[in-house]
Design a protein around this ligand. Structure first.
Ligand SMILES: *Cc1c(COP(=O)(O)O)cnc(C)c1O
Length: 460
């Protein structure tokens, strides 16, 4: 008999979580103005809001905390992180930052100016926010297959080379300071980019003299998909794959809260010394001195250790299998989800789940509220609310996909939790026709509005 999947670790410490009643949740979500970010964590049973900073550190990472060097300059912890980055990604220069968006802020301050064009594959929300804040424009060049959740394509994060070349031909290279490839691509559903695509994008970009950076939060999951889906890489180790991936880039931004399995942290990796020096000035202004950049020494230690653990095949296999375990349960119940299953999350297609609710009533957010009411699980909308208004016309933007993301924290929940989550979703799916109305906006911020938005149930 074939062995079933089982985790390559056991549990050494536990944290209690609390169930609640339907009535309690009804009151809490009304008080939270139908925004799940406003809930207190005690009001949530299983928290799938994000896989960011919510993972469980290993015993080795906890031991590294004790070895942290808190010197202001030149701490050994800085060098531990520097060595890990050089060994795993191959970059000679790096800057620590307190998280991923801080890396974007520092890098973009050195690179992007008003009127610039930043092509990529469905930029992450904070990335897009930092681009638009500088009055530059993000252009999405993701392949069309990514926007149809029913198509099975192994690399839905890929960039369409024709779309990209069109951007390169339309704008002078002075207007395109960087191209950003997000691996894996969160916005299209945790979907990977193939090695072939990374290579092709890099060579096309070099032909036009354009710099390539990877937004790397889930680089290790991307490498796992390359290993398991791109046959030339089947016999390569994850570390070998990661090294080749980054040979097709000029640098990286990293949210270490994802694939470095720490609760807080980030960095920028650079190949060019000049750009590193230019960005260092902003790092000192916004983050801290260049050898700590907003991180404690102990956190840099845990981060370095996390990078090694995240690039082990056994860890990645258990990680991605758990996500697929949940995906399979939903798929078998015919719940419409993005396929293939993502690396860190399952994405529910809200347009197909609630076709009778108009997009102006925010189908995905409506569904996320229903999931909370049903089972106390917290998920997140990746749809029209997150897409913000157009910065010029101020009209609502309605993206091709309205998704609810079930992000699975790393090494945190068991498959029994996944069973509970699947039941919650399937229960809502079975009574979807009883959901008659969606939500409308009451208050919103001008940018990145999903974090603080206030909503109400649509009136008759
Ligand atoms: C999380 C994330 C970021 C931003 O990082 P933070 O650590 O949340 O600031 C940027 N890009 C991608 C792809 C991410 O997943």
């Amino acid at each position: 008999m074939e062995f079933p999947y089982a985790e390559p670790y056991r549990i050494k410490m536990i944290e209690s979580i609390h169930r609640s009643t339907f009535e309690e949740r009804g009151k809490w979500i009304t008080d939270a103005k139908y925004n799940l970010f406003n809930l207190r964590s005690e009001q949530v049973y299983i928290d799938l809001l994000t896989d960011s900073g919510t993972g469980a550190m290993s015993d080795k990472q906890w031991s590294e905390l004790m070895l942290g060097d808190e010197s202001y300059a030149g701490a050994s912890s800085y060098y531990k992180m520097k060595n890990a980055i050089k060994e795993i990604f191959g970059f000679d220069y790096f800057l620590p930052t307190h998280q991923g968006r801080a890396a974007e802020n520092v890098l973009f301050s050195a690179l992007i100016k008003e009127g610039d064009i930043i092509p990529g594959n469905s930029h992450f929300d904070t990335t897009k926010g930092h681009i638009e804040f500088r009055k530059a424009t993000a252009i999405d060049c993701t392949i069309n297959e990514a926007f149809d959740t029913t198509i099975e394509h192994p690399f839905k994060g890929n960039i369409d080379l024709e779309k990209l070349e069109k951007v390169f031909k339309t704008y002078p290279k002075e207007k395109i300071p960087v191209l950003i490839i997000t691996i894996t691509c969160n916005t299209s559903g945790g979907q990977p980019v193939s090695m072939q695509n990374l290579k092709d994008v890099y060579s096309l970009s070099k032909k036009y003299g354009i710099r390539v950076y990877f937004d790397s939060a889930r680089f290790a999951e991307n490498a796992y998909f390359i290993k398991t889906r791109e046959k030339e890489y089947y016999n390569k180790t994850i570390r070998e794959i990661v090294q080749e991936m980054y040979s097709y880039s000029d640098g990286m931004t990293m949210s270490s809260k994802k694939d470095a399995i720490v609760n807080m942290g980030g960095f920028i990796g650079f190949r060019e010394e000049d750009l590193f020096k230019k960005a260092s000035v902003y790092n000192i202004m916004f983050e801290g001195f260049i050898t700590y950049g907003g991180m404690s020494g102990r956190d840099m230690n845990a981060l370095a250790q996390g990078l090694y653990e995240a690039t082990e095949f056994d860890y990645l296999e258990s990680r991605v299998s758990q996500v697929a375990y949940l995906g399979k349960k939903l798929n078998e119940a015919n719940v419409p989800i993005q396929k293939p299953y993502g690396g860190h999350a399952i994405f529910i297609d809200a347009k197909r789940f609630l076709p009778h609710i108009p997009k102006e009533e925010f189908q995905a957010q409506t569904l996320a509220v229903e999931f909370y009411l049903e089972g106390g699980i917290r998920t997140v909308e990746i749809g029209a609310i997150m897409a913000d208004r157009d910065p010029i016309t101020r009209e609502n933007r309605y993206p091709a996909l309205e998704l609810v993301r079930l992000a699975i924290p790393r090494r945190t929940y068991t498959n029994s939790h996944m069973d509970y989550v699947a039941t919650t979703i399937i229960n809502v799916f079975e009574k979807r026709n009883e959901i008659k109305k969606g939500l409308t906006l009451v208050k919103e911020a001008p940018i990145l509005r999903h974090f603080t938005v206030e909503l109400q149930r649509k009136e008759n």
